[in-house]
Write a protein that binds this ligand. Structure first.
Ligand code: ZN
Ligand code: ZN
Length: 418
């Protein structure tokens, strides 16, 4: 049944992996966590990969949010190709804001899916269930392949997930939705499956709950990185290629008093242009709003009344804290986004600022007075790209030619290490 040919997806050929390849997406895995982890001596395995394997800083997809970047990583392409340009968008036909997690919105399938269709055993585990259906779109679960989330681990069935009684199988209790354990569970389940089923490819995608609330070098962040590092060491010991990527970085967005630097863009537009003419959509929005109050560094403005693009640009582009304002065609071209899913205007904040809609629509109580840490801007689109093994000559050359993209991690981990 196994057809050990190479597979092709979005213009890239992937050879049949010689040994298991594990790609881990550390959600919000800013490079500063590695820098301070190395300094504090708490991530010896990652440090070993960086020294004796391969390490570079890569360019992630924009906007620097979870859904677009996970899909870029697993499809080896940019949002322009795979279609996922936010966590949340405005359906132009119904006028309703909707989450962007439906598999029908994904215009590709994942590398794991492609391999599963050729008879490979693949594993896809995500902390947040919102990613799961897109990750496993078209996946053949009949040959031992598995796809589930730690968020809904107790609901796994053989038909939907390729595995049942998963809590018993992994042997640790179900983690809380807002916890470091939600991510560590993903890694433990991956280790167990690697041991028992020796799949060809594993994709383990974590959550950024810790990074949103704990700065690099803080005790909680260090504990989380040290726990993850220990898991990465165990994966390598099981004779797998271990590749570490991030969907985006994480930045501090508070001022000297500890208050978030927020531009309430809908309020400003209503005040300057009139109510009901524009709709600001914050594409960071997801079910985990406790992390960030739906505040990020990138928003889209839809025209809903009689107002010109120029009038919107005049109001937005000189606001303090705004880095770039784009028309749809420009943002689609510059940032490789699907034009048919763009709004009329896209607005990107600077390194220290976030953009919201109307102040009354954002609940910041979950911040509990902590400094706001979040992502979405160009500044969180630089992410560490680490592989446990050195690259072959061809891929060393490829890495030196131009800036790496996060969507190349599977290509490098599969094709670049033999
Ligand atoms: Zn994320
Ligand atoms: Zn986040």
């Amino acid at each position: 049944k196994m057809n050990k040919d190479k597979i092709e997806l979005n213009g890239v050929n992937y050879i049949w992996p010689v040994k298991p390849v594990v790609v881990i997406c550390i959600d919000g895995g800013d490079q500063e966590y590695y820098e301070s982890g190395v300094q504090d001596g708490i991530i010896p395995n990652i440090e070993n990969f960086m020294k004796n394997g391969f390490y570079s800083i890569a360019q992630g997809s924009m906007p620097s949010f979870t859904c677009p970047n996970n899909m870029s990583i697993v499809t080896g392409s940019e949002p322009k190709i795979h279609g996922i340009s936010g966590n949340y968008y405005l359906d132009k036909i119904t006028g309703e804001p909707v989450v962007m997690t439906g598999p029908e919105l994904l215009r590709s399938v994942s590398i794991m899916t492609k391999f599963s269709q050729k008879g490979a055993t693949v594993v896809s585990i995500t902390a947040k269930d919102k990613l799961r259906k897109q990750l496993q779109k078209g996946m053949d679960l009949s040959g031992g392949s598995v796809s589930f989330s730690s968020q809904y681990v107790e609901k796994c069935t053989l038909t939907e997930n390729g595995i049942e009684n998963t809590l018993d199988f992994v042997g640790i209790p179900k983690p809380d939705m807002y916890s470091a354990e939600l991510s560590l569970f993903v890694l433990e389940a991956g280790i167990k499956l690697l041991k028992e089923r020796r799949p060809n490819i594993l994709y383990l995608s974590l959550t950024d709950f810790i990074q949103h609330s704990h700065a690099p070098g803080s005790p909680v962040a260090n504990q989380f990185y040290s726990d993850m590092d220990e898991c990465f060491g165990r994966l390598q010991e099981l004779d797998a290629v271990v590749a570490l990527i991030a969907d985006h970085g994480m930045g501090d967005k508070a001022d000297e008093n500890g208050d978030p630097n927020v531009i309430w863009l809908q309020d400003i537009l209503n005040q300057e242009l009139g109510s009901g003419l524009t709709k600001v959509i914050c594409p960071i929005t997801d079910a985990f709003v406790g992390h960030h109050g739906s505040l990020g560094g990138f928003v889209r403005i839809y025209i809903t009344g009689e107002i010109s693009h120029e009038a919107i640009i005049d109001v937005t582009e000189n606001l303090h804290g705004i880095e770039r304002v784009y028309l749809a065609e420009e943002v689609s071209k510059d940032l490789e986004l699907p034009l048919d899913r763009e709004a009329d205007v896209a607005v990107i904040a600077d390194k220290k600022t976030v953009i919201g809609g109307s102040e009354e629509d954002h609940d910041l109580s979950a911040l509990k007075g902590e400094r706001l840490r979040t992502h979405g801007s160009l500044h969180e689109a630089h992410i560490p790209f680490v592989i446990s093994e050195p690259l072959n000559n061809e891929y060393q050359d490829k890495a030196g030619e131009k800036k790496l993209r996060s969507h190349q991690i599977f290509d490098f981990a599969i094709n670049g290490t033999i």
